[in-house]
Design a protein around this ligand. Structure first.
Ligand code: PLP
Ligand code: SF4
Length: 460
């Protein structure tokens, strides 16, 4: 152990004054934490020196749900409105302000759901929303359109629709449970869903995205961890945004989970005024790896209602990766992604390391600005692997082979919708456009594009 991990193993988070006299037994009980969450102005004011703007935010009608576990609320600095924990969970009036390009469902998740709560966007994996409830509520939540609203949560019959879809969709090998927070589900319901998923033979891995270890580490009991471990291979991503959230309690929860063989990742959201700093991010990721949590994604804040004042420019994210890659352990560097507005999925964005290229040489730069040249082989044969490749398991990706199919030479182009119509320009049929065969690419040993035998040199 290091000095820090020993301190985490042995320490405990001081409680906010209003809970000083709660017996340990209750404090350490997740059900107590859930049922004693704070959302009331008078209670919040009794232990936090709220600003005018926070008071206006807390009092606003129609705001995104407010609820904070006593444990997480105890991490709030009562006297500093800039406290990174405080800003994540205490509303400010400005979260109600509309901004350009804001949407209710900016990732078009509900549009890409064949059945309620099941977002099937990628070829081989799905996002399965199983609840709208969380242990506490993040002001920037990307799913605020449904999260927090207990009447919008998923019903038994919707779970069955989700499971049925998965049973009859063999291309799905990875199911990511999210919500809301799956670890707030009633233990028996969570186990029911996991066991039904495990019965589906084509589902290889199950993943859970949860902020419960951060908001309510008390929930990570031996019993929960033993139950989860029955459904391996199971992975879990936690959601820590600032080093201040890393506490002895979170450390012990993560230690339990990793000891049960559950690999842990972390996803953070890049948040203005909270963690939009290389130095804060370095401290965060280095502390995460000390907890054996692998930083996975750093998200650009979505164009979602409520999150306007948390957004940074994309250049800030690139700067942060510039300050991490090479400067610290590769294990500690997350992938910075922009989740495509409109539903394109996660797009990685990074500094440019490839400076130039010629046949035979690639010019690269490192994090220090050292510029190097990599000499490419002149006798590389990309086809030599083919006999082995034949034996590799291949998965079809119907309609989603993407840019990769261009590299494989299976297709020559990807056209935007309407491309044909625009470029035809209501053409008359004339002597130069009559022969349609002249646009069929010739393909030696080709597979994807059927080519008439005579097309290569036919002209009329
Ligand atoms: C994030 C996400 C996934 C998982 O993506 P990975 O890059 O594999 O972690 C799957 N489906 C949807 C809709 C997602 O948003
Ligand atoms: S824990 Fe996740 S789903 Fe819940 S409020 Fe926070 S960001 Fe939204």
């Amino acid at each position: 152990m290091t000095k820090l991990t020993r301190a985490w193993a042995e320490g405990s988070t001081p409680r906010a004054k209003i809970w000083a006299d709660v017996p340990d037994e209750q404090w350490n009980d997740w059900r107590w934490q859930l049922s004693h969450r704070v959302n009331d102005l008078a209670v919040l004011q009794s232990f936090i020196n709220l600003t005018e703007e926070e008071i206006a935010g807390i009092s606003a009608p129609n705001k995104f749900r407010l609820d904070i576990t006593p444990y997480f609320a105890s991490l709030i600095d009562p006297d500093d409105p800039r406290c990174p924990v405080r800003q994540q969970v205490i509303p400010k009036a400005r979260e109600l302000a509309a901004f350009d390009s804001m949407m209710a469902d900016s990732l078009a998740e509900d549009r890409d759901s064949p059945v309620p709560g099941l977002v099937h966007r990628y070829p081989d994996r799905v996002l399965m929303l199983v609840t709208t409830q969380c242990a506490s509520y993040c002001r920037y939540c990307t799913r605020s359109r449904i999260v927090g609203d207990s009447t919008a949560t998923f019903s038994r019959s919707e779970y069955e629709l989700q499971l049925d879809y998965l049973r009859r969709t063999p291309q799905v090998r990875d199911v990511l449970l999210s919500g809301g927070d799956p670890l707030t589900l009633a233990p028996r319901l969570l186990e029911y869903l996991l066991s039904e998923l495990r019965k589906i033979e084509h589902i290889e891995i199950i993943r859970i995205g949860s902020r419960v270890p951060v908001f309510m580490p008390q929930r990570v009991t031996d019993e929960l961890v033993d139950m989860l471990a029955k459904y391996h291979p199971l992975w879990l991503n936690i959601h820590v945004n600032h080093p201040k959230e890393i506490t002895p309690e979170l450390y012990r929860a993560c230690d339990k989970l990793t000891r049960a063989g559950i690999p842990l990742g972390n996803q953070s959201v890049l948040l203005a005024g909270i963690n939009d700093s290389v130095h804060i991010q370095r401290e965060l990721v280095q502390k995460l790896v000390q907890m054996r949590v692998r930083p996975y994604y750093l998200y650009q804040c979505d164009l979602v209602a409520g999150a306007g004042h948390f957004r940074t420019t994309v250049s800030k994210g690139i700067e942060i990766i510039e300050g991490l890659r090479g400067h610290t352990s590769g294990y500690a560097v997350p992938t910075y992604v922009v989740d495509a507005p409109g539903g394109g999925g996660k797009i990685p964005v990074s500094p440019q390391y490839l400076i130039s290229q010629s046949p035979g040489h690639v010019v690269l730069r490192n994090y220090e600005g050292f510029i190097t040249s990599y000499t490419e082989p002149t006798d590389y044969d990309p086809n030599a692997i083919k006999p082995l490749e034949e034996k590799a398991a291949k998965r079809p990706e119907p309609g989603q082979a993407g840019v990769f199919q261009l590299l494989e030479g299976k297709e020559l182009f990807i056209k935007p919708q309407g491309f044909e119509t625009i470029h035809r320009r209501n053409a008359i049929e004339h002597r130069l456009n009559r022969d349609k065969k002249k646009w069929i690419p010739y393909k030696k040993n080709g597979t994807a594009t059927p080519v008439p035998a005579e097309s290569a040199d036919s002209a009329s």
